[in-house]
Design a protein around this ligand. Structure first.
Ligand code: SF4
Ligand code: SF4
Ligand code: FES
Length: 246
């Protein structure tokens, strides 16, 4: 058993500071365990959000040593025994208290996306799809809404362009709908305009932090950008539309 120092952000109402706590660390502990140990023994008013402790609810997102991570899936042996570990709230969203942020902006984005509009069933009452089409959109359904990708995306984080860009999490939701073999909605115009696909410059930072290993950029955002370019910027498509009106 060893003692380790945690530099944890404390504060609310736009004010705050890091405070150091020392706690014992044992084999198999994750950062969330250490935060709970501090909460139980030294700072009973320390706010942190969590639910499953199994990497599935997406609640325990924090920035640990400057990197957005799920604290319940970040093992203490990731760090050296003498390392001071900083733990702070997601920077992109307003802090409610200590490690808890207000992520309601994300719920509002989710509501803006028009729902799935399936085509009518076949004559025999079934919906039929090719397996490869199903496999393609399945990846996007793995999202646990941890918002680590939203936190790291520089368009939202550094440039604060929340009015112009919906963010990587919702680009993959849009990708899952746009590429769904049964969906009939034409989503390309709003992916370009309302949801701001051109704001993404494919840095892949979102993909790097995704705990579900979703290939957000390569499998989701880039194919959407390609559809936008084909529709609005390809000269042959533009000429075709002018000649035939579609
Ligand atoms: S690839 Fe696009 S969405 Fe992902 S972090 Fe970079 S700019 Fe943001
Ligand atoms: S895409 Fe990945 S990083 Fe983004 S919210 Fe979903 S699970 Fe989290
Ligand atoms: S507590 Fe549910 S993902 Fe960490």
């Amino acid at each position: 058993m060893a003692t380790q120092t945690f530099r944890i952000w404390r504060g609310q109402g736009g004010q705050g500071r890091f405070e150091d706590y020392q706690t014992e660390v044992t084999d198999g502990m994750v950062v969330l365990d250490a935060v709970h140990a501090v909460q139980a023994t030294q700072a009973t008013d320390l706010a942190c959000r969590w639910n499953c402790k199994a990497g599935k609810c997406g609640s325990c997102s924090m920035e640990i040593n400057g990197r957005p991570r799920l604290s319940c899936m970040t093992r203490m042996n990731t760090y050296g025994p003498d390392e001071t570990i900083s733990v702070q709230p997601l920077k992109t969203f307003p802090v409610i208290k200590d490690l808890v942020t207000d992520v309601s902006w994300n719920y509002a984005q989710n509501k803006r996306i028009p729902p799935f509009k399936p085509r009518p069933r076949e004559a025999d009452g079934t919906h039929r799809m090719y397996q490869e089409d199903v496999d393609r959109v399945q990846e996007f359904r793995k999202c646990i809404e941890c918002y680590l990708c939203q936190d790291v995306c520089h368009v939202l984080r550094d440039r604060d362009q929340k009015a112009a860009f919906v963010g990587p999490r919702f680009m993959i939701r849009l990708a899952g709908l746009e590429m769904h073999p049964l969906d009939t909605d034409d989503r390309v115009p709003e992916i370009r305009k309302e949801f701001g696909s051109s704001m993404c410059n494919i840095t892949r930072c979102c993909t790097e932090v995704c705990p579900e290993h979703i290939q957000i950029t390569d499998n989701g955002i880039i194919p959407l950008k390609e559809r936008v370019v084909d529709r609005f910027y390809d000269p042959l498509t533009i000429l075709w539309r002018k000649l035939f009106g579609r």
